[in-house]
Design a protein around this ligand. Structure first.
Ligand SMILES: *Cc1c(COP(=O)(O)O)cnc(C)c1O
Length: 331
């Protein structure tokens, strides 16, 4: 397995802290819980996309790109961090986001505008419509002599996932240094890059930890299918043949509720619980749902006292400010 040869631009603060969450653990009467703070990767308020962008934009630079195009939801963390990374490199970013212009730009959209990204809001939820806009833009830019580099949703390619293979190895080294063996890693999963990387890290290092993805939107079968495909591509990136069978990919879609971006009661409970026991902020779209999943799995005794769970904080905190109506009232 080879990672060192991949072109990279330094964007993320690494390693991120691994933090003991003993008050949360005691509150739940459950397993030992450690939190991997990838909300602290830097790059305009942090999150998991900073690591992926190091490798994706490394490839973009090697290809001579001068403008980055990506797609996402209106509150996309990936789009916001892409906008910041492009600025750091002196490039432009064009963000093709689904949604209608809101009365007030909040959260990530506000940050996109501050970063001066070109935001194209497209009122559709259909992926093919968004991809059509992206393809047209790329053709038009190329025609004008520009060098666009396209990043798919969430940066979840084999190359993007390689950053999470590396991140997984970083966490296992931190756990080893503490003399701790994790039984499971629990994290929010959607486009599948994070889970693909962490799953590969766990298997490759024989760490014995199961990797549990909590979907923030798509059905479990969709996430699983993405992960099996990305793991294969990741193998190609690092010069290894990797195959993961769907039955080895663990994804729960029980905590999605009404849909992507809509917090459940469990999400709100989880955000307040972690804020009030640990002083750590989760987000309403991804990590709040993932923590709601972990809390439920502890209550169901899937994870019990005596075990150790690593909760991977993947960021997303700016979206809190787009959910003041849900979270801002008195208890
Ligand atoms: C993108 C994102 C995820 C999901 O990661 P994938 O690699 O796309 O599955 C989780 N949490 C946050 C905060 C994100 O922005």
């Amino acid at each position: 397995m080879q990672l060192g040869h991949l072109p990279r631009v330094p964007l993320a603060v690494r390693p991120t802290p691994l933090q003991e969450a003993s008050r949360l653990s005691a509150y739940l009467g459950g397993p030992r819980i450690l939190i991997k703070r990838d909300d602290l990767t830097g790059l305009a308020l942090g999150g998991n996309k900073a690591r992926k962008l190091e490798l994706l934009l490394g490839e973009a630079r090697a290809q001579g790109a001068d403008v980055i195009i990506t797609v996402g939801a209106m509150q996309s963390n990936h789009a916001r961090m892409t906008a910041a990374a492009a600025r750091l490199l002196g490039w432009e970013a064009i963000l093709v986001l689904s949604g209608e212009e809101p009365a007030e730009a909040q959260g990530n959209l506000l940050l996109d505008r501050i970063l001066g990204a070109e935001v194209r809001l497209i009122n559709t939820t259909e992926e093919y419509v968004l991809m059509g806009v992206v393809q047209d833009l790329a053709r038009e830019l190329t025609g004008r002599g520009r060098r666009p580099y396209l990043i798919p949703r969430g940066g979840s390619t084999g190359l993007g996932a390689a950053a999470y293979l590396e991140a997984g190895l970083e966490a296992f080294a931190q756990l080893n240094a503490l003399g701790v063996r994790a039984d499971a890693i629990v994290h929010a999963s959607t486009s599948g890059g994070t889970q693909s990387g962490l799953l590969t890290a766990a298997k490759w290092s024989r760490a014995g930890a199961s990797v549990v993805g909590i979907s923030a939107g798509p059905p479990a079968a969709t996430v699983t299918q993405r992960v099996t495909g990305i793991v294969r591509d990741l193998g190609r990136v690092v010069g290894t043949e990797w195959e993961v069978h769907p039955e080895d990919v663990l994804v729960y879609d029980d905590y999605v509720g009404e849909g992507y971006g809509i917090p459940t009661l469990g999400t709100i409970e989880a955000i307040k619980m972690v804020a009030r026991t640990e002083g750590i902020l989760l987000d309403p779209v991804y990590t709040g749902k993932a923590m709601a999943g972990l809390i439920d799995l502890v209550r169901r005794r899937t994870f019990a006292r005596g075990q150790t769970v690593l909760f991977w904080h993947t960021g997303g905190v700016p979206a809190l400010f787009a959910h003041a109506q849900t979270l801002g009232g008195p208890d």
